[in-house]
Every structure is written in structure tokens, then in C-alpha cells.
Design a protein around this ligand. Sequence first.
Ligand code: HEC
Ligand code: HEC
Length: 487
Amino acid sequence: MNKRSTGLLLSAILAFVGLLLMDMEFASSVDPVAPTIAPDTATATTATATSTSTTRARDPGVRGGTGAAGGAIAGLTANQKMFFDAGLEDFSEEETVPEGLGPTMNLDGCGGCHSQPAIGGSSPPVNPQVAFAGKLHARNKVPPFITATGPVREVRFIRNADGSPDGGVHDLYTITGRDDAPGCSMSQPDFATAVSNKNAIFRIPTPVFGAGLMELIPDSAILANQTANATQRRTFGIRGRPNIILAGSTVSGQPNNNGNDGTIARFGWKSQNKSLLLFSGEAYNVEMGITNELFQTERAEQANCQYAMAPNDITDSESTETVGTISAIEKFSIFMRFLAPPTPSADTPGGALSISRGQQLFSAVGCAACHTPMMQTGNSTVTALRYKPVNLYSDLMLHDMGPGLADGVSQGQAGPRDFRTAPLWGVGQRIFFLHDGRTSDLLIAIQEHASGSTRTNNASEANLVVANFNNLRENQKQDVLNFLRSR
Ligand code: HEC
Ligand code: HEC
């Protein structure tokens, strides 16, 4: 262990001792947004501690109930609401080959993948990719990593056959055999070989609730948040940096991937995309095979498998309706932009006291050093989005998460072990966690944050924080889990 890491470890231990003491009096100095807890609450906690410390903490599971997510953000004008509704309808639609679907895709609608607990969310309890494989007599084989009760997944290959970096999405299915695709014949990628060569990685859908608020957090606010708690982060061994996708970073002998405008990207597991419009254009072509005004050419150009005009979906300059003119990717974007963030529960699960203790502990052990509870939007032409609090629980930074979570894929400045701090709003009603959906258990999701070592120079930035969490008493861990499931 080098001198610097010894120093880090020492200060982390000191911080943790401080935390234990602090826990007794529930000082809230670490977390500026957490409510101060009255001394009598602290006494009650200590009492609970002695009576329940032998019960093992466990994930209370998906919080039930509807209505906590899926509605429009408050304060929209009647016309804005009309665009939101039109976007919701299009986002929910299942599309067909004559409309441009395919020739390769992962599913036939945005809403199929983004649907738990409401349209706009993440992976549902029953994976629609199983039934879709044979829809309209399509002749696809369902790969072994796609199961009825497993998460929706898209696949990326780490390397090309010649060993050079790939990192791109390889669609699960083709339209071969479908009633609406006569004469098309294509084969699916060789997933069996990719899996046995450990060359395939998975990504599950991220929810888009509150995405319009995330889109409008100024770069300066993201950077200011990074410096605001720099000392605390250092104590926990946390670094973090934004995914600034540099323009013009050409790899010689390869096509130039666009770098756009050089501001902070923030959407996707690696913060690889700047905006909702960009994500919509990309998802429409990559997930569904529908070309559009952002991505005009087909990913699979095989001549006998093209059935619609290209680009498949564009602005309808002939439409006579107000919402009929704009293209689908703009409708999707407007829907997501106006989609409200999830509403947390004040008392479920575990009761209000446990949830607020959990909130305190979440900050005290260091989770909040990455999962920033609150940021703010900047100016916006849309009043409902202007200067609003964004309770997202993310710093929108990339962190080195060690070899345990590494997926070997680089996107922009995000390297093979780097991920965006996953926003935690809505986590209470999520079924699958982490970029590949490897677990449905929040306790495991927390443990998976830790891997690697400072000695081998591949330590996850979350190692010390996870150690702090593990040193909590069982009832305190339960408070943290109740807090997470209340979001
Ligand atoms: C086959 C499943 C699937 C379909 C269909 C799909 N998505 Fe996604 N979506 C994903 C996955 C997987 C991710 C995470 C991708 C990543 O980060 O690599 C994602 C991420 C996103 C995000 C990023 C949100 C954030 O904060 O990270 C947006 C926005 C989005 N999708 C919009 C759409 C839209 C719009 C459509 C329809 C045109 C769509 N998606 C269709 C699977 C899907
Ligand atoms: C070093 C920064 C960092 C710290 C510290 C950290 N996290 Fe995370 N967290 C992340 C990143 C990055 C991800 C996404 C990782 C992935 O999917 O591979 C994540 C994912 C999660 C998820 C899954 C969310 C999802 O969308 O699937 C949960 C739950 C979570 N963190 C809770 C916690 C808790 C509780 C703590 C404190 C014990 C904590 N995190 C500490 C960075 C951090």
C-alpha cells in the first residue's frame, strides 16, 4: 500500500469513527438538505437498536401502489399537456415493418422496455422480448440471457473479431419470417460465441421519469457540486469526473464518431448522451431500427429487407394538426421532458422515522457523496422546468467502479470501469438493479459497488463507503433500505 492510500484509509477510518459518534447524536452537518432530527428521535433509535439489532436487514422489495410515477409534471400549459399526451401515445405504440421497424431491433416500442412501474420506467416483471421474438411469425431464437422473468436487455460486444474495440449494440432480433416482411432473410448475431468468449455485456433500461429536469441542470451546477463536497469525497476516496465528449477525437483509420459540442453529457449508464432528443433518435434507430432525422441511414442496409421510405419517420410538413407536424423523436423527447419525477412515499416501507433515519445514514456513510440528493435546473423557456429542485440522487459524474462492475466498454471519456452515478429517484418501485440488471436485491446492489484494490490500482471508488455501510448495525442498514424503497 503506498503512502497516499494509507493516508486515505486512515482518514476514512477517522471519518467512520466520527460517523459512529455522530450517529449517536444524529448530527446532520454532512448532508445540508437532510432535515435535522430532534433529540427524542435519536433516543428512540438507540432503543430500537438494542431490541432489533439481531434481525438481519433485508430489502423490503418493490413498493406497491400506482400513481407515484407516470404523470405529467405540474404546471404545464394546456398546449404543453397536449404535446405530452401525443408523446405518451407514440412512446407507448408498438410499431410494424411498414412503419419502418427493423430489419434488426430489440423490441417494437419504447414503452415495452420503459414500463415499470408506469410508462417511462424501467424493465417490467415479464420481459416482452420473449414474446416479441416470434411476433407475427418472426423466426428468432431467444438467446439464453433473455428470460421471461429476467430484465429487458440490450447487448453490446466488447471487441470486434480482429480484437479492436467494438462497444456497439448488437440487436437481438431480425424481421425474418414476419408476416409484414415477406422475402427478408437475415441471421441473428452469434450470441452463443460472444457469451462463451466473454465478449457480450448487457444493459437494462434506465427510467426516464424527471428526465426533463435532468436535462436542464446547468453544467456549472454539476461542476459546482463536484467542488462543494470535495473534502468529504477525498475522505471517502471518491474522485469522479463529468463525461465531456470531446469533439474531433478521431481514432486513425476508423470513422470519426461525433463529439458534438463538448458540454457535459448526462443520459445513459455511462452518461454517453447529451440530450433527450439525441437519445430518442439513437434509441429509435438502435432499439427499433427506425431511421429518423437524427440518424438517417439504416444500421442494416440489406436490400431485400427494406420496406419503408428512409428516413422512416420525419417531420410531417403536410399535417394539419398542431401535434401532427412534429416527428416521432420530438414527440418522445417532449413526453420525457414533461414526465414528472417519481413521488417518494413519506412512510412506506418501515414508517416515517425509519425512512428519515435512513436518509441521514445514507449521507453519513458516504452514499450521498456520489448520489447527490438535490440539484437545480437553470433557466428554461418552459416555466414548469425553470429553476426547479431536482431530487435525483446523482452527481451526474462518472466514477471508477472497479473490476466487479466493469463492462469493458468505453463511451466518450467514460472508460471500461466507469459509470454514471445512477439516479436513485424511483428506485423504490424498480425490479432490477445495476447496468446489467444482475440483481433485484438492493443489499446485493450495494455490495456490488465494492471491488478491486488500491494495491492493484483498480479499486472501486465506492469501496470505503460500502465498508462504512457494512459496519452499520443491522437495524441501521434496514433504515437505509427502507429509505431507498421509499424513493
Ligand atoms: C429494447 C429495449 C428498449 C427500447 C425499445 C427503448 N429503450 Fe430506452 N433504454 C434502453 C436501455 C437498455 C437503456 C440504457 C442504455 C445505455 O445506457 O447504454 C435505455 C436508456 C434510455 C434513455 C436514457 C435515460 C437516462 O437517464 O439514462 C432514454 C432517454 C431512452 N432510453 C429513451 C428511449 C426512447 C425514446 C425509446 C423509443 C424510441 C426507447 N428508449 C426505446 C432500452 C430500451
Ligand atoms: C463512488 C460513487 C458511489 C458511491 C459512494 C455509491 N454509489 Fe451507488 N451507484 C454508483 C454508480 C456509478 C452506480 C451504477 C453502477 C452500475 O450500474 O454499474 C450506482 C448504483 C446504485 C444503485 C442501483 C441503481 C440502479 O439504477 O440500478 C443503488 C440502489 C445504489 N447505487 C445505492 C447506493 C448506496 C445505498 C450507497 C451507499 C452505501 C451507494 N450507492 C454509494 C455510484 C456510487
